[in-house]
Write a protein that binds this ligand. Structure first.
Ligand SMILES: [Zn+2]
Ligand SMILES: [Zn+2]
Length: 268
């Protein structure tokens, strides 16, 4: 790993970040041509605040489904859709993981961002679990329910998701915060469950929810729960900018020594 005394975030020199959530062109929503090699190159050249390590966590739904199935909630409630696409998805995912592993000496880890289906299974073949350094579980959509049931449906899904074998809960409050204003009690109960089951919570800058993120950091510090840094990069220019994370940490009451709060959740 190169030394990097020039790595800076804003005006503050920092210990180099471990960015545990970025996408490559395997994900339909990522910039075309955004190859895993891009991240390896940035890390080895140590430019523009490049982190010391990156985990490439493409959407499992992109490995398993064509685009018109991937970004819909139906496979969450009907997991037979996953079973129908499992074999072709396994082939695609195996090739992708092999590519990521070939970059492991260049600061790249192999991960995945996945959904939990209503039957409790994560949306990738468990045969890959041992080959992945990090599994991020996220909510991007849930089966529709009446408005008054949205909060309960999200909370119960999130609690189950944290007990499904994931390492990190991706953008923990993004989905619900876009629909309903949540309070500190909700944040605290999610953080307490994360702490109980050893799941890290993610400070994610792709879509920004400073109110919820500040509450989350404070609750994590109080509970001793793990936090990870995520640019959730979908485009090249997003990678290497950790100014949001530093700003939120400062607003939550952490000066740089508090940066020790941020720990990697890498398995091995
Ligand atoms: Zn996501
Ligand atoms: Zn993502």
């Amino acid at each position: 790993m190169p030394s990097c005394s020039d790595c800076r975030v804003g005006i503050v020199p920092v210990a180099r970040v471990q960015d545990l959530h970025v996408h490559s062109e395997l994900s339909y929503c990522a910039e075309k041509g955004l190859a895993p090699e891009f991240y390896a190159g940035k890390i080895s050249s140590c430019t523009n605040g490049a982190p010391e390590l990156v985990c490439i966590t493409d959407h499992s739904m992109a490995a398993y489904f064509p685009e018109d199935i991937a970004w819909k909630w139906e496979f969450i409630s009907d997991s037979s859709i996953f079973d129908a696409w499992r074999d072709s998805g396994n082939e695609k995912l195996a090739k992708h993981i092999a590519l990521l592993k070939s970059l492991s000496g260049r600061g790249v880890s192999a991960g995945i961002e996945t959904e939990m289906m209503d039957d409790g299974r994560l949306c990738f073949d468990p045969a890959f679990a041992d080959k992945l350094d990090i599994v991020i579980g996220s909510v991007h959509f849930l089966p529709p329910v009446p408005h008054e049931e949205i909060f309960g449906s999200w909370l119960s899904h999130t609690m189950r998701l944290m007990n499904s074998g994931i390492d990190i809960l991706g953008h923990p409050f993004r989905w619900i915060a876009a629909k309903i204003e949540i309070g500190e009690d909700t944040v605290s109960s999610v953080v307490a469950e994360a702490k109980r089951c050893g799941v890290a919570l993610e400070l994610n800058s792709h879509y920004r929810h400073p109110r919820e993120d500040i509450m989350m950091l404070r609750a994590c510090a109080e509970a001793g729960a793990k936090v990870t840094i995520a640019s959730d990069s979908h485009r090249k220019e997003e990678f290497g900018d950790y100014s949001y994370h530093m700003d939120i940490m400062e607003k939550a009451g952490y000066s740089l020594p508090g940066y020790g709060l941020v720990k990697t959740a890498i398995r091995h």
